[in-house]
Design a protein around this ligand. Structure first.
Ligand SMILES: Cc1cc2nc3c(=O)[nH]c(=O)nc-3n(C[C@H](O)[C@H](O)[C@H](O)COP(=O)(O)OP(=O)(O)OC[C@H]3O[C@@H](n4cnc5c(N)ncnc54)[C@H](O)[C@@H]3O)c2cc1C
Ligand code: FES
Length: 294
């Protein structure tokens, strides 16, 4: 039987953040907090890693949050409810380390706001006191706060423009909590590389063991291509099979930034010249499963 990866639900929950619910019983059955999948929108597309942000065993579905950045994420969000992905592989990577730590702090930015939800849930189920901090540029870009709020003990929101919660970023809220006497036994962060680095710097003085979900460029996701190579504590690790959670205090951030931006010029050219970019927003919105679209 040919496996179909049907999009059951798709919506833009806040500007540029698209929620996908995809049917795949097998992945839903095996998914663990912190793992990811590799997705291809179409036959000629690139395989891109996306975090398993939720799953439903009964329905056999998984939930992904996608931020449009370049060609592959654009091709993905161009698909509609009822369409199928060309391929879906997973779950991949190690699950996040979840055990009874005591007081756990979780931080999420961009896609990590979706991605920390299953980790928050699992940490709480283990009996931890869980604090979550989520960030966005402005209040209208905050998503998933009800879901996260329903499973944690404390939820803090930060925005760059100060329109909701503390003005600043996850690391600023964290610094404030520590200043006010809060202590944590474990921290875990998911989001853009800069945020991961800043948050790891913020937990270093207190020696809080810190896991970061590294988002190195990935190709095969199974440790074969070497694309996601990172240096951690002077050792070579592959983020796809040794991570994605790795020790934030030991990551060689400078090397990771260089490797992440290695194709920046090609990515910019291919995004600007992609056929979908010549469509107006109206044309893209009118693309329906029945109509097939452009
Ligand atoms: C383990 C993991 C989990 C992730 N989870 C999510 C998620 O849940 N939601 C989400 O929106 N994004 C997630 N990402 C990032 C996502 O994979 C990239 O944004 C996406 O691949 C960009 O592709 P693009 O063609 O749209 O953009 P491009 O224009 O090709 O790239 C934009 C930037 O994205 C990064 N990138 C490009 N290709 C890859 C690749 N193959 N692997 C990793 N990074 C790449 C590079 O830093 C690049 O500069 C995750 C990445 C990793 C490694
Ligand atoms: S993506 Fe190829 S080794 Fe990790």
């Amino acid at each position: 039987m040919v496996r179909e990866y049907r999009i059951i639900e798709k919506s833009e929950i806040v500007p540029n953040v698209h929620k996908f619910v995809i049917r795949d019983h097998s992945i839903a059955r095996k998914a663990q907090a912190g793992q990811f999948v590799l997705v291809m929108a179409n036959e000629k597309g690139e395989r891109i890693p996306l975090t398993l942000s939720d799953w439903d065993l009964k329905e056999g579905t998984i939930t992904l949050y996608v931020l449009e950045l370049g060609v592959s994420t654009m091709e993905l969000i161009d698909l509609c409810e009822g369409d199928s992905l060309f391929s879906l592989a997973g779950p991949l990577g190690h699950e996040a380390e979840v055990k009874k730590f005591g007081r756990v702090l979780l931080g999420g930015g961009c896609f990590g706001v979706g991605g920390i939800y299953p980790i928050a849930k699992a940490m709480k189920e283990e009996g931890n006191h869980v604090t979550a901090i989520i960030e966005a540029r402005s209040n209208y870009l905050i998503y998933n706060q009800e879901e996260i709020g329903s499973v944690v003990d404390e939820l803090y929101i930060t925005t760059s423009d100060g329109s909701m919660g503390l003005k600043g970023h996850v690391q600023d809220q964290l610094a404030e909590l520590i200043k006010n006497g809060k202590r944590y036994d474990r921290a875990y962060f998911m989001g853009c590389t800069f945020m991961l680095m800043k948050c790891s710097e913020a937990t270093r003085p207190q020696k809080i063991p810190t896991g970061v979900a590294l988002n190195a460029i990935m190709l095969d996701g199974t440790g074969m291509c070497g694309c996601c190579r990172v240096s951690v504590g002077g050792e070579t690790k592959f983020a796809c099979v040794d991570g994605p959670e790795l020790d934030g205090h030991a990551v060689d951030w400078d090397e990771l930034f260089i490797r992440k931006h290695i194709y920046r010029e090609e990515e910019a050219v291919s995004y600007q010249s992609h056929a979908c970019r010549s469509m107006t927003g109206y044309e893209r919105d009118r693309k329906t499963p029945e109509g097939g679209g452009a």
